[in-house]
Structures are given as C-alpha cells and as structure tokens.
Design a protein around this ligand. Structure first.
Ligand SMILES: [Fe+2]
Ligand SMILES: [Fe+2]
Length: 316
C-alpha cells in the first residue's frame, strides 16, 4: 500500500474509533454499577480463565468459588495496573498528531480518557470487594513502579505489549466471560462494558504500532524486539509475585489445611492461570500474530518464541 493510501485508510479507521467510542460511551455509576454490590455467593472469574480444572485434586464448591473470587479480584487490579502505563504512553504518542490529523488526536485523547475512567472504576471495585472477602488479600505490584519500568523501553516495545494486553482483554470476554451464566452479574457487567471500549483501543494500538514500526530501521527494530522480550519477562515476574501472594492467601483463608504438596499445586495452578491470562492468551491471539508477523523477521520470531517457551511450558 502506498504511503498516501495507508494514511487515508488510517484516517477512516481513526474516525470509526471516535464514532464508536462516542456511541458506546458509558458511565461507571449510571451504566455499570447501577447501585449494585457484589454477590459473594457467586463466582467472579470464569473457570476457563482461573484454570481451577487443572488442580490435581478436587476443591469443594465453596473453595472453587473462593479460588475464582481471589483471581477475579486480582484480574480487576491487574487492569488498573497496566492502564497506568497505557494511558501515559498513548498521551505521549498523541504528540505526533498535535498539529496533524485532528481525528487521530481525538481518538487517542478519548482512549486516554477511557483508561483514566477504567482505573478509577477498578480502584472502586477493589474497595467493594475487600469487605466481602476474608482479610489478608494483597495486590503486590505497584502501578507507578511498573509504569516507570515499562515506559523506559522504546515506543515499539511498549505498543507491542499494549496491543497484546488490549487484544487478550477482548479474547477473554468473548471466549470465557460472555458465555458464563453463573458468575456474579456485576463482575460480568464490568468486563462487558470494559470490552466495549477496549475494542477501539486494540484498533488504535495496531495503527500506532505500525506507524512507529515504519520509523525504525532494521537495527532499531531488532533492539525493540529484545526490549519486548524483556517486557514479557517483567510481566512474568509480576505473574509469579502475585500468584504466590494469591495462593498463600487462598490457602490461609480457605478453611481447611492443605499439605505441602497441595499447597504447591495451588501455587503452580495460579501461576499457570496468570501466565495464560496476562501473557499467553495475548501473544497466541491470531490478530496479534498477524500484526507482529508483518513487522519482524523469522529469526526475531524464533527469538520471541524461545523466550516464551519456559512460560508456556508451565501451562498444561
Ligand atoms: Fe481499559
Ligand atoms: Fe484500553
């Protein structure tokens, strides 16, 4: 595609994102929460994402619900965490459109505004979940620390990670959350409304990532691939940290004593679930593979796959 044709296509895609963003725009109180509270008699995160079925022993119905609620609480906190650096990065790259395509600028400003709204919503949800669950839950990674580390990488690598995240959030909703009829209706609605706005974000990530890709020479892109690998490693560190915290919390509050072997199995399963949720379901997404595949060489693809192998190996 010629440069001019590409930019005409981009303008209509930006315009479409603005139009849909205006049409589906929601308010946290009026549309999502609607005066409701969480029903702690119901599951939050669906079994397809929590990987509860991979435990080598059976949990009681109450324990299965707790397993889902702990991970569902972390799921909301994780989105609040990543949206800190996503909002900051998109605000930064919007600079490239300040005196250019005003529709593109509007699309990126709306994305940033939506991520600020989402972060506020997820912070409130945490305060609504805390009183309904036993004390001692801790969400360990700090949004600003993670954002500072991530934003030190090149724009190409940060947009790659962002695109991965915004695509997996959609894949989770469509394949695992939407079909569930037994989970808490408020928790489900949160991710229905979130998904509606994230659909535009994933399109914008793709456009901006491809634009950034055009600005890099081969050596810069090769370096950016290494930075993406390092970012994925950092996300894996977060998965390990929080899986351990959540497994310890679950064991402490579940109401029965698990022997050492079962405690290890709970931690292993939580880690496999978090690696699936926050890394693998995004990087294995067909759309993500199509976008990154159009930018990188076979050797770079092999390097990324080699880095993912130990992470994927833990998921059965
Ligand atoms: Fe979001
Ligand atoms: Fe987003």
């Amino acid at each position: 595609m010629s440069h001019v044709a590409q930019h005409t296509t981009d303008t209509s895609r930006y315009a479409k994102c603005v139009e849909v963003s205006k049409r589906i725009r929601w308010d946290t109180d009026r549309d999502v929460i609607r005066g409701r509270t969480f029903d702690f008699g119901k599951k939050f995160l669906p079994d397809g994402l929590s990987k509860v079925g991979q435990l080598p022993f059976a949990l009681t119905v109450d324990e299965q619900r707790l397993f889902s609620q702990v991970q569902g609480r972390t799921y909301a906190n994780m989105f609040a965490l990543v949206e800190r650096f996503i909002g900051a990065k998109v605000l930064e790259i919007s600079r490239g459109h300040w005196l250019g395509d005003q529709v593109a600028l509007e699309a990126l400003v709306r994305l940033t505004d939506e991520e600020l709204k989402h972060q506020e919503m997820f912070r409130r949800l945490e305060t609504m979940m805390a009183p309904g669950m036993p004390e001692g839950y801790r969400f360990l990674p700090q949004p600003n620390d993670v954002a500072q580390a991530v934003l030190a990488s090149s724009t190409w690598a940060v947009l790659a990670l962002t695109c991965d995240i915004e695509l997996f959030s959609q894949a989770h909703y469509r394949s695992s959350i939407e079909p569930e009829t037994q989970i808490d209706p408020l928790w489900k609605d949160v991710f229905l409304f979130h998904w509606k706005e994230e659909s535009q974000h994933a399109i914008l990530d793709e456009i901006e990532w491809l634009r950034e890709n055009e600005l890099l020479d081969a050596a810069q892109r090769d370096q950016a691939v290494n930075e993406l690998i390092a970012l994925v490693g950092a996300v894996d560190g977060i998965c390990q940290l929080q899986a351990q915290a959540d497994a310890e919390y679950f064991v402490r509050v579940a109401g029965r004593s698990f022997d050492a072997e079962r405690q290890q199995a709970i931690q292993r399963t939580m880690l496999a679930a978090y690696r699936w949720q926050y890394i693998l379901s995004g990087v294995q997404d067909a759309r993500f593979l199509g976008i990154i595949g159009s930018m990188i060489t076979a050797e770079q693809g092999a390097r990324i796959n080699a880095a993912l192998a130990p992470i994927a190996g833990a998921v059965h």
